[in-house]
Design a protein around this ligand. Structure first.
Ligand SMILES: [Zn+2]
Length: 468
């Protein structure tokens, strides 16, 4: 019997166990493991312990909670009996959940329910379904063959939804738990239910506090208007310097290369997807493309959002020129550019000849996130494509993320020389972090099969073949 036939039998077995897998997923989702709220820390721990027991029952070795002071635990386990020539695969996922605003949910967020082929519940796709699709694949391998074709490590984080504040400490304290040849990080998105996605870039984040001042005290606008600089208008003029006529950030744009730019038009990100996904009002259109794809604008070019201002509120309305006005600018940084580089460009633009001669202060706020730009090349990605063709009928399509996911940037920085396969079970209708989060069951089924075949394909390469 050939290796491929074995994998096909394993995939069939995993598919037959689909309802059982779904049940396990639902059982986990009933525990409100919300990591941003102390009231739920007990639930995070309860779920972590439950997962630990299940990993042990699955036959993984050394199933344990990794603990650090002042941190919620990670669950880790491994199985290293495939031999020294087999590659070791690290599977990363997270067990913690985003909080919920009950008012906007149509169903109980912690009582998962299937409606029209989608499983609704907080965490269904982000990220419980993501890593359980691996668990289901492992279980089927174990039942069919008594083991796994590769060495396997599992690392399930408990603090991803609060920005993985301790993940690097876990990496430093428990390096063995991360020791692997290939990493499969499952907390990402697919462009549609029929096109599997491989995440290869993130935008960075730069926050700037911009302040314009002109007076010691508010001045009567009737008496002085016409000769006295208005900081509110100067602030708006300055922000306007950073954007083009469409309102898009024009400072810090990058050349994405002709090949990428052309291919990015094939990403299924059209106006309809954008309208629906962003909850756009009737009568409003997405910004014009101006010769670039939506994927390029959303993933690979910078973007500016005004997230706070001290412009006078309606309650403070009075006929006065105010002493100062300030705004907090949230700037997404193009992947491949450091936030420091963009900061220098933005600072130069904001501090040259002040509009109306006001005093201008621009300050970079602490805690910027670096972006990430990755080139997936080599045998591991070819193996992944083969696995996805078998399960989805299509190879992985490279996608980006417009936001900044700290764990991805961290893995990219620490393990960027390894093949990093970033995928998941989300799609544009998932509304991760929002109300009525859901996972498409067709995606879940295909993800399980993809994970079965991925282990087989990576095993066939062998550890040596990965580096070829
Ligand atoms: Zn997530």
């Amino acid at each position: 019997m050939t290796a491929e036939n074995t994998a096909e039998r394993v995939a069939k077995r995993a598919d037959q166990a689909f309802d059982e897998t779904l049940e396990q997923l639902c059982a986990y989702l009933r525990i409100p493991a919300i990591s941003c709220d102390e009231a739920y820390f007990g639930d995070v721990r309860k779920l972590a312990e439950r997962i630990r027991e299940d990993l042990e029952a699955l036959g993984l070795d050394n199933a344990r909670l990794l603990e650090l002071p002042e941190a919620l635990p990670c669950v880790a386990a491994e199985w290293l009996h495939a031999g020294p020539d087999a590659p070791t695969i690290l599977i990363y996922g997270h067990l913690d959940l985003q909080p919920v605003n009950l008012a906007n949910w149509r169903t109980d967020p912690h009582e998962p329910v299937v409606v029209d082929g989608r499983l609704y519940g907080r965490g269904a796709a982000d990220d419980m379904g993501g890593w359980i699709s691996h668990l289901a694949a492992l279980k089927a391998w174990k039942q069919e063959t008594g083991g796994f074709p590769c060495n396997v490590r599992l690392l399930i984080e408990g603090e991803e939804e609060i920005g993985s504040p301790n993940l690097e400490r876990f990496m430093d304290t428990f390096p063995q738990a991360f020791d692997s040849d290939v990493m499969v990080l499952t907390d990402c998105e697919n462009p549609s239910t029929s096109v599997p996605g491989l995440t290869v870039s993130l935008r960075g984040l730069l926050e700037v506090e911009l302040t314009c001042s002109s007076l010691q005290a508010d001045g009567h606008s009737g008496l002085w208007g016409g000769m006295v600089p208005d900081p509110a208008i100067a602030l708006i003029q300055l922000i306007g310097r950073l954007v083009d006529e469409d309102g898009r950030m024009k400072v810090g744009r990058v050349d994405v290369g002709q090949e990428w730019a052309k291919a990015s038009f094939d990403v299924p990100l059209n106006n309809e997807v954008i309208r629906k996904g962003s909850h756009m009002l009737e009568g409003v259109d997405p910004l014009p493309l101006r010769g670039r794809s939506a994927a390029e604008w959303m993933w690979r070019q910078p973007a500016l959002t005004v997230v706070a201002t001290t412009l006078p509120t309606p309650a403070e309305k009075k006929n006065a020129i105010r002493t100062h006005a300030s705004a907090t600018l949230s700037i997404r940084v193009a992947p491949g550019m450091s936030s420091e580089t963009l900061w220098e460009l933005v600072q130069a633009e904001l501090t040259r000849d002040a509009p109306q001669g006001v005093l201008v202060e621009a300050e970079q706020l602490p805690g910027p996130g670096e972006g990430w730009l990755y080139t997936p090349k080599g045998p591991a990605f070819e193996a992944a494509d083969r696995a996805y063709v078998k399960s989805w009928g299509a190879p992985l399509v490279q996608v980006g993320v417009g936001g900044s996911i700290p764990f991805v940037a961290l893995f990219g920085r620490r393990f960027g020389d390894l093949p990093l396969i970033l995928n998941g079970v989300m799609d544009p209708l998932t509304t991760a972090h929002g109300p009525n989060e859901s996972m498409d069951l067709g995606i879940f089924r295909k993800a399980i099969a993809a994970n079965v075949f991925l282990l087989d394909e990576l095993a066939a390469l062998g550890k040596a073949g990965l580096k070829a």
